[in-house]
Ligand binder design. Structure first.
Ligand code: TRP
Length: 328
């Protein structure tokens, strides 16, 4: 019996040693393996779609996760201090390329970057956010794709559904430059057309209700840009909008789906794919600073027939035929 036990023990030890001894080497050091870091601000529809488009685009170009591509995906869910830690971590790893999804992570990465090429996607305006010298000729270590849509066309869309707007409320989060840029563009557009603007900024999403209620009292409609913080809390916007009959024009389709009324927006999946094309160029040795910022020119109109009905707005058949209903 004893001998049997001993033999069994030896067998087990040998098996264990065999398992660990022949463990495969980390593929990160393989010459043909590409390493990409991703810093995504938080989980929400447009940002997730952009990431998926990017990864699918890379796969189509032959960079497949688990085969010849390692992706270090970091997502601080909007938390600023975690975002800083994750940015430090990605930069320290020195991957072949980092993808920043949304403006705040891109700014965070750039602040600590030494020599890693950084592509962005879903970023409103690279130049205004201080990420590049100019959108046409970025010049440094950053380029990517933008989700900016012409503001005159966005205001046209709102006025086509509600022509009698005298005061437009603009709501966004004070810390988000991406939103401030769009708010400024919208204000300039309103000035041209003699529409008054009432701007309300919030520090965080706990006060969206109050902000919306004050705008319901003072404005005929509200514009909310692609604000990461508000996009993740559209429920509050939806409730007040219905209660007070306040129409909203929002930055993206996902915000329409979650209770906004209207949007002229880009397709984030396509934008992510377009970014993958730029990534392939960088991986092939092109200087990222020479790649101009890319745009998705085909803006699509999105509406939510449920919210619009609730606030008493009728849409024409022509309108519906050329737009996408995001009603749940
Ligand atoms: N454009 C925003 C930025 O630059 C990010 C963004 C993309 C976004 N889609 C959105 C924000 C939708 C809110 C809602 O940071």
């Amino acid at each position: 019996m004893k001998l049997v036990n001993k033999l069994a023990l030896i067998l087990i030890v040998m098996l264990l040693a065999g398992c660990t001894g022949s463990a495969p080497q980390e593929t990160a050091d393989d010459e043909n393996t590409v390493k990409i870091g991703i810093l995504q601000m938080m989980t929400h529809g447009s940002l997730d779609e952009a990431r998926q488009g990017f990864l699918d685009g890379l796969a189509e170009a032959g960079y497949v996760e688990g085969e010849n591509l390692i992706v270090d995906y970091q997502n601080p869910e909007g938390d600023q201090s975690n975002m800083a830690t994750m940015a430090d971590h990605l930069i320290a790893e020195a991957p072949d390329l980092i993808l920043a999804i949304a403006t705040p992570p891109a700014q965070q990465l750039v602040a600590v970057n030494q020599d890693t090429p950084i592509l962005g996607t879903a970023i409103t305006d690279y130049a205004d956010a201080g990420l590049v010298d100019s959108n046409e000729h970025p010049g440094g270590l950053v380029s990517g794709t933008s989700d900016n849509c012409p503001m005159d066309a966005q205001l046209d869309l709102l006025l086509s559904v509600k022509p009698d707007i005298k005061t437009l409320g603009i709501l966004y989060t004070s810390s988000e430059v991406n939103s401030e840029i769009q708010a400024n563009q919208m204000e300039a557009e309103c000035e041209k057309r003699g529409i008054e603007v009432k701007r309300v900024t919030i520090p965080d999403k706990t006060v969206i209700n109050d902000a919306m209620a004050s705008l319901a009292a003072d404005a005929d409609a509200v514009y909310i840009p692609t604000d990461n913080n508000i996009a993740s809390a559209m429920g509050s916007v939806d409730v007040i909008s219905r209660e007070r009959g306040l129409i909203t024009l929002v930055g993206v389709s996902d915000m329409v789906k979650n209770g906004g009324c209207l949007s002229l927006g880009v397709n984030y999946y396509d934008l992510g794919k377009q970014t993958a094309e730029m990534a392939v160029k960088v991986l092939n040795g092109e200087d990222i600073g020479t790649l101009p910022v890319g745009y998705d020119k085909s803006g699509t109109v999105y509406y939510n027939s449920d919210t619009l009905e609730a606030i008493g707005i009728q849409l024409t058949d022509d309108f519906k035929a050329s737009a996408i209903d995001m009603r749940n």
